[in-house]
Design a protein around this ligand. Sequence first.
Ligand code: ADP
Ligand code: BMX
Ligand code: ZN
Length: 291
Amino acid sequence: MTTLAIDIGGTKLAAALISAEHEISQRREIPTPANADPEGLKQALGHLLEPYQGKARRVAIASTGIIDNGILTALNPDNLGGLNHFPLQATVEKLTGLPCIVLNDAQAAAWAEYCHLSSRFKHVTFITVSTGVGGGIVVNGELLTGPHAFAGHIGHIQADPNGPICGCGRVGCVEAIASGRAIAAAARHDLQGKNAREIFSLAYSGNLQAQQLVTRSAQAICQLIANLKALLDTECIVLGGSVGLAQGYRQQVQQQLAQLPAAFQVPIYSAHYQHDAGLIGATLWSEYHKV
Ligand code: ADP
Ligand code: BMX
Ligand code: ZN
């Protein structure tokens, strides 16, 4: 059965058709509307999905935010215009006329990466370092979503009690230090106003401040991984998101983790499905739940 998969992130909205063999076709991407209020998001989704009319039998969505029973609430309103109780599933069902399932983006990506690794590991944790920092946790072959769908929001574990205030309202969250947005927000002088992609490219060409911003992000992710190892004894970490997948980033995190005591060591892989982990994961989740 062909699935129309959608990935809603803080920076971009992606959609594609996923075949029964999990091949991806007709992938499209548009920027997330700057003011992602309910109307803005509805319009953007309408525009994104228009070319897929009549081409799929179900819809599977991976979306940033807390996704509880098909309803989206932004934990960090900076990342999605403060959407609160947005009926995402119902909106897309109405737009497409198809049955639909919705899962948090990092939970979906975790499911995809776990399914890929399941012959080797039963305990897998996915971390996306993207607009925000998100996570998905598989324990003993089961994806943890939690009673309020909040499980895995590891970007909001505190990294520094003296750190910047996070959009979620807490102080010093990992997301406020390591995410693409946080990297851009901490830039000063010649780097002020540049986005994370530009800062990474300046880091490769030797800009010291850019290198320090990347290292600060990698350090926060390294400490997060050590905390997750202590909490879950996870067998491996999978890194995704455009920052997580940026050239050299995983290696920096690995080098820093290698400095910590043996009990905190855990293998770190780059996402097998790269930037499509959310699309594939939501599709696999819709199959698992027989949507
Ligand atoms: P989303 O959060 O919408 O899922 P991404 O995973 O693409 O989207 O993450 C967006 C963040 O990644 C932005 O902060 C952007 O500046 C940054 N980014 C995009 N491309 C790169 C790159 N090649 N290297 C480093 N950072 C990148
Ligand atoms: C934020 C939070 C998570 C999400 C993570 C990564 C919102 C809107 N999102 O911590 O639900 O998984 O960002 O999201 O509060 P992305 O947009 O960076 O992919
Ligand atoms: Zn936070």
